[in-house]
Write a protein that binds this ligand. Structure first.
Ligand code: GDP
Length: 308
């Protein structure tokens, strides 16, 4: 990837996309395009085609998606399926037609089967039904991974995908109903501390295990893969370590400085019991993340305090 090539990052204002834009620019890529939604509506196929024809990006990273935590996925499954399919289809096909030389599609760890053997190897995709709480998102992401794969297979252009674990960082959705567990808990625990609430309610049993990685690490990994990876096989990208939701709550409690008691609301869904990625393929290529979970959450909490 040449430093002066035009690189389009969709979703460049979101959690993952903004980190990718920042890291690319920091590494000296001088022509990174990151149109905000007001400038380019990815749901509008005509607008997407015209944008590609006018800007002629050589490379593209697809980080735009309708995303959310377990509550948002359960509340809006139709929109999660529809919007993700349409956005990825519009962008990938326009990229293909306009001669983009290499493309990275961001998938998700939730596309693996609910009962997947752990850790989850790349070849376990589509060997069983996905977790019902995020079925719509997973089906859309499977379609995206497969579209990239088929374009590569049929036309020989390296359209590749990586499947990240649960990502957290700045610019996340901190609203309770929309957010994933780290921003959601940070916000709720912060509020509990400020209001002096004696108890903090963890959704579910606290036993599900999740693997987390900071968005800056994902961005570094995406830049790395865009430079070196050329195989037509998607690749897992994660920290290779997971913790339980209960352990995560205890860590967030320490970071926020909340003094109350942690309790569980088992009427709330747990989602997938475990989704640990098997990351030996990307490790063998010579890449590993750098931000520890504690440091990363401390950074996000500071960002939250300064920006909310
Ligand atoms: P998932 O990885 O797709 O299941 O999405 P989430 O990040 O939203 O949730 C991960 C796990 O954390 C689930 O088992 C949730 O029930 C649990 N959890 C506990 N407290 C919270 C919270 O405040 N917000 C969210 N989003 N999840 C929570």
């Amino acid at each position: 990837m040449e430093r002066d090539a035009t690189i389009l990052v969709t979703g460049g204002t979101g959690l993952v996309g903004s980190a990718i834009v920042r890291i690319l620019r920091a590494k000296g890529y001088s022509n990174v395009l990151a149109p905000a939604r007001g400038m380019l509506d990815l749901m509008n196929v005509q607008a997407v085609r015209e944008y590609f024809a006018a800007q002629r990006p050589a490379y593209a990273v697809l980080a735009a998606a309708r995303v959310g935590g377990i509550a948002a996925n359960m509340a809006h499954p139709a929109e999660f399926l529809h919007q993700n399919i349409v956005m990825q289809e519009n962008v990938m096909w326009a990229a293909h037609q306009q001669g983009v030389r290499k493309l990275m599609f961001l998938g998700s760890n939730c596309i693996y089967p609910r009962e997947c053997p752990q850790p989850m190897r790349e070849e376990y995709i589509m060997t069983g039904p996905v977790e019902p709480t995020n079925e719509a998102y997973a089906i859309a992401k499977i379609a995206g991974v497969k579209l990239a794969e088929k374009i590569y297979e049929q036309y020989g252009t390296p359209f590749i995908s990586c499947l990240p674990c649960n990502i957290y960082g700045d610019r996340d959705h901190f609203e309770t109903e929309r957010g994933h567990v780290i921003p959601g808990m940070l916000r709720r625990m912060h509020d509990a501390k400020r209001s002096g609430a004696p108890e903090f309610v963890i959704w579910g049993t606290g036993t599900p295990r999740r693997e987390f990685m900071h968005a800056d690490d994902l961005a570094e990994g995406v830049e790395f893969l865009m430079r070196v990876y050329t195989e037509n096989r998607f690749v897992n990208i994660g920290s290779g370590e997971d913790i339980t939701v209960g352990e995560l709550a205890a860590l967030i409690k320490e970071i926020v400085g909340y003094k109350g008691k942690l309790v569980f609301d088992t009427s709330k869904p747990d989602g997938m019991p475990r989704k640990l990625l098997e990351v030996s393929r990307i490790r063998a290529l010579g890449w590993a993340p750098r931000v520890s979970l504690r440091d990363g959450i401390e950074r996000v909490y500071r960002w939250f305090l300064e920006n909310q």
